[in-house]
Write a protein that binds this ligand. Structure first.
Ligand code: WTA
Length: 680
């Protein structure tokens, strides 16, 4: 499956320097380790597990599983019988055993240049213990779910690790999501406490987060789920005498109107001031839940992806170490938000498990100007840098000048995640940002996979622009055709995995059946990613994008059903169908067809209302780019909307393929004539 020899033609390499110190320094070494990870997984992961602290050791096989629905319930267990605590491994182990207490865990860089803070491992451990005690004092127990809705501040990491320390399960909701989305997630996970902040700036824009959090709690109450505890961090409205942790923001906002309900709201600062900075960790079973993170589902209802303690720890730690070739003097920077899986695995868990020093950035790549990223790289001498293709495409538009204004000679490895990277963006990243010196690790993975599953290793894998190359250790990919047959050699079809690795999700929270249906029913015996994939003559994997009803906007997954249901909730809309249309920066943009109720026309104000409706229901990332009035939608005789045809209309492509099943073909011409953004 993996070629004997790495190809020599049409491939790129990183600098020779990197190979000298690399953990995996050649393609042959990668192949050797890969073979042992597949043939002797218990030994492979068992060796890695020795670096971690286990209160009690595991018994029996390291990895136990059933991946075949025809043989019974799907399950994966890693290190059964062992007990540990992930916050202990990330913090206490680094401070006490590895003597890294004075090492910087995070350089926090605020939205406003000049807002900065340095946090060492020792300080982080103290803050986590304090906050863990706060959670306990509020009655949070092992297994309880805690919602976290916060901006990119150090306290977000503190909150998540404090949950992990006491065995509570965090459910982080990205601070760009709407009140409605937060309410839905709080209710689905039955959270007993919410942690939020007063507000934050995104570039120039002030977001009053507490207002949104309150709105969400009101919605929960209205729906019969009263959650009556909310801890709020003052990030912008800090009082003058408050000298805690983060310094007062340059752009402090003391008069931010923060709604306060004394029956529900609690102040982060006063609670932590009163708490002890010692907290014995809760010793958790390996398979105890660590967190829930919601990701879009094709039915429109988000899925609560559940990860567990030991397997997730081993997998994120190992992928971080090898994919970024982590070295002790590195400064690592992942630009993702912690509210997404990339931030969970590669800002918090993977880096801290390795005792890494990271940049934690609150702001935007374009604020105050389009040089900001490179200014930060220069300021902190970032050596490993991880971002998304959409950010690269956005910055590419401004040319190389803003990049070249700053030194980038500290950079050693560049990474991407979130969607396929188009070769043009790849070359710009490689040549302009990395000066032709730094390998690019194009990491394919999902919220569900916990960590990278297809990825180059920077000193070992020759790169092909746009390919995520080969599987990580323990991962066995296959390509299936529509009938579920495994294809050999160069081929294209469904990307699936044949066996679990420690970091794979364990269930959909509260709905194991949905988990089995979504990922295991279509092709029994395989985990189905939902992505299409091509394998070339050299065995390289090229992920081609989603093959279900999902869209990838700026690296974030959205389901068409989710946006459609937000649209049809508007009283003017009878029916809606949403498709993706290629977009030069975002990857895909949202093109919505709406059938209005009788007698209504799509005025500008209605269009604006519909966009606002989607923002309110889901969040700004789901704002439609185009809304077209569709008096009729192309449907099959059985009434199924033919999205394939709508996609063609959105792109103005007249080659429709087979439309023999279309019930009324006249609607198609009508839709072509009334396209939005004709000529785009
Ligand atoms: C897509 C993000 C191609 C893919 C970590 C996947 C990618 C979905 C890549 C998961 C990549 C992510 N190349 N496609 N390197 N990385 N994807 O759950 O469609 O937010 O299924 O996890 O993003 O998105 P999620």
């Amino acid at each position: 499956m993996i070629p004997d020899k790495a190809p020599k033609e049409d491939v790129f390499h990183g600098s020779e320097d990197l190979k000298k110190e690399a953990h995996v320094s050649s393609f042959d070494r990668y192949k050797e380790l890969y073979a042992s990870s597949i043939e002797r997984p218990d030994e492979f992961w068992g060796d890695i597990a020795k670096d971690f602290f286990w209160k009690t050791k595991h018994t029996g096989p390291l990895l136990q599983y059933n991946f075949d629905v025809t043989k019974g319930e799907i399950f994966v267990k890693c290190m059964e019988g062992a007990t540990t605590n992930i916050s202990y491994n990330l913090l206490d182990r680094n401070v006490h055993e590895r003597k890294l207490g004075d090492r910087v865990a995070f350089y926090w860089e605020g939205n406003e240049p000049g807002d900065e803070l340095t946090v060492t491992y020792r300080e982080l451990l103290q803050s986590v213990c304090r906050f863990a005690n706060v959670l306990k004092s509020q009655g949070v127990k092992k297994g309880d779910r805690v919602s976290i809705y916060m901006p990119m501040v150090v306290e977000l990491v503190v909150a998540m690790l404090a949950c992990a320390r006491i065995g509570a399960v965090h459910s982080i909701v990205f601070a760009g999501f709407s009140a409605e989305s937060l309410c839905e997630r709080i209710m689905d996970s039955q959270c007993s406490l919410l942690i939020t902040a007063d507000g934050f700036y995104r570039g120039d824009k002030l977001i009053n987060l507490k207002l949104l959090a309150d709105e969400a709690l009101q919605k929960c109450r209205d729906k019969g789920f009263p959650l009556d505890k909310c801890i709020m961090l003052r990030h912008l409205s800090k009082e003058a005498e408050d000298t805690s942790q983060s310094p007062p923001a340059k752009r402090a906002c003391p008069d931010l109107q923060v709604p306060w309900n004394p029956d529900v709201d609690l102040c982060w600062l006063s609670l932590t001031r009163a708490a002890s900075d010692e907290c014995e960790p809760e010793w958790c079973e390996s398979e105890d839940p660590l967190f829930i993170l919601y990701t879009s589902g094709s039915t429109g209802k988000p899925k609560g992806v559940l990860h567990t303690v030991a397997g997730y720890m081993l997998y994120t730690a190992t992928t971080f170490k090898l994919v970024f070739d982590h070295q002790p003097d590195d400064v690592y920077w992942c630009t993702a938000d912690i509210g997404w899986i990339t931030g969970h695995s590669y800002i918090t868990y993977g880096p801290l498990a390795n005792g890494a020093t990271s940049v934690l950035f609150e702001g935007l790549p374009t604020y105050p100007d389009v040089s900001r990223m490179w200014e930060i790289v220069d300021k902190y001498h970032v050596s490993k840098f991880y971002t998304a293709p959409t950010a690269i495409r956005l910055l590419m538009k401004y040319g190389s000048e803003p990049v070249k204004k700053f030194k980038r000679d500290s950079l050693k490895v560049l990474g991407t995640v979130g969607e396929p990277i188009n070769p043009e963006a790849w070359h710009w990243y490689y040549n302009v940002v990395g000066e032709g010196r730094c390998p690019i690790v194009d990491t394919f993975w999902q919220t569900e996979t916990g960590g990278h599953v297809l990825t180059p290793l920077p000193a070992a894998t020759p790169m092909k622009p746009g390919s995520a190359t080969f599987p990580f250790f323990g991962v066995v990919p296959a390509i299936l055709n529509e009938s579920g047959e495994e294809l050999e050699g160069p081929s294209e079809g469904y990307l699936v995995f044949k066996q679990p690795w420690p970091g794979v999700m364990r269930t959909v929270f509260g709905n194991h059946q949905r988990f089995e249906t979504i990922y295991f029913k279509k092709f029994p015996g395989y985990y189905v990613t939902g992505d299409g994939c091509r394998r070339d003559k050299d065995g390289y994997y090229w992920v081609t994008g989603r093959i279900d009803d999902m869209l990838n906007v700026s690296g974030h997954l959205l389901s068409t059903a989710e946006v459609e249901s937000a649209l049809v909730e508007h009283e003017a809309v009878a029916e809606a169908a949403v498709v993706g249309r290629p977009h030069p920066v975002k990857g895909e943009s949202l093109y919505c067809f709406v059938t209005l109720n009788d007698g209504l026309t799509l005025s500008r104000s209605l269009e604006a209302e519909l966009k606002q409706q989607v923002r309110e229901k889901i969040g700004a990332i789901a704002t439609p780019d185009f809304i077209q009035n569709a008096p009729g939608l192309p449907k099959t005789r059985s009434g199924k909307i033919m999205r394939r045809v709508l996609r063609k209309i959105a792109c103005d492509e007249r080659e429709l393929g087979d439309v023999s099943t279309l019930a009324d073909s006249s609607v198609v011409e009508q839709l072509f004539q009334n396209r939005c953004g004709a000529g785009v």
